[in-house]
Design a protein around this ligand. Structure first.
Ligand code: BG6
Ligand code: MG
Length: 215
């Protein structure tokens, strides 16, 4: 049995449901470009970086653009996305997250954020969670996208703990793979049919407790 010294949380889909805002902003871009983008298609973008998400969107629309045009589209989508984030409040923290954070703090377990989003710092601020995290790794600090383990290894380094002392909480398949590639334990948040590679899967942090962190 390993001793768990730290928990590293993905943000979107684990702590807060920003997927709906990403969806609305991507859909607006797709509609501007003359095609539709469904909730089903949006599943493919979870955990995927902004530019990779755009490439998937354009593939769905069957459109090709230069890199310069793509950057303009990514910026446009992000400005619409940040309009939604601007309106976010602490009420949007997903059920069970604060209770679990409390349990971790009371036992001295360190906490980091490990997100692909360049907006993660701003979102944490809007939902009033910044103070919970001992270290934050977001999309501005990483060069390689999940399933590369970089984001979580940087988190462990920032917390000064070994990878096998960390548990990652992830809702995306690529994120679960990133945790495994980092040599960490992983709790999947969502559907076990998608996240089967995790050590175990729960529907949300409301089903999480310290007792379950015994591997
Ligand atoms: C991830 C989301 O957390 O961040 C993805 O799951 C998103 O859907 C990615 O594309 C990048 O986010 P941002 O805020 O940098 O555009
Ligand atoms: Mg996620």
């Amino acid at each position: 049995m390993a001793i768990i010294k730290a928990c590293i949380f993905d943000l979107d889909g684990v702590v807060v449901d920003t997927a709906k805002y990403h969806y609305l902003a991507w859909k607006r871009l797709a509609n501007d470009l003359g095609f539709d983008f469904t909730v089903h298609d949006n599943e493919r973008l979870k955990g995927v970086s902004r530019i990779d998400s755009l490439n998937i969107l354009l593939e769905i629309g069957g459109l090709t653009f230069t890199n310069e045009e793509k950057l303009t589209f990514a910026d446009k989508k992000n400005s619409w996305y940040t309009e939604y984030i601007d309106k976010m409040t602490p009420d949007e923290v997903l059920p069970g997250a604060l209770d679990f954070f409390d349990q971790l703090k009371s036992k001295g377990v360190k906490m980091a954020l490990g997100s692909a989003s360049k907006n993660a710092g701003y979102i944490l601020q809007k939902i009033n969670l910044t103070h919970w995290f001992d270290f934050v790794v977001d999309g501005t600090k990483t060069a390689k996208a999940k399933p590369d383990p970089e984001v979580f290894l940087l988190g462990a380094k920032g917390l000064n703990v070994a990878p096998n002392e960390c548990v990652v909480f992830e809702d995306a398949e690529a994120g679960v793979e990133a945790a495994i590639n980092a040599g960490m334990y992983c709790v999947g948040i969502g559907n076990s049919a998608v996240l089967g590679k995790a050590n175990f899967v729960i529907p949300g942090l409301f089903e999480m407790s310290l007792e379950k962190l015994v591997f």
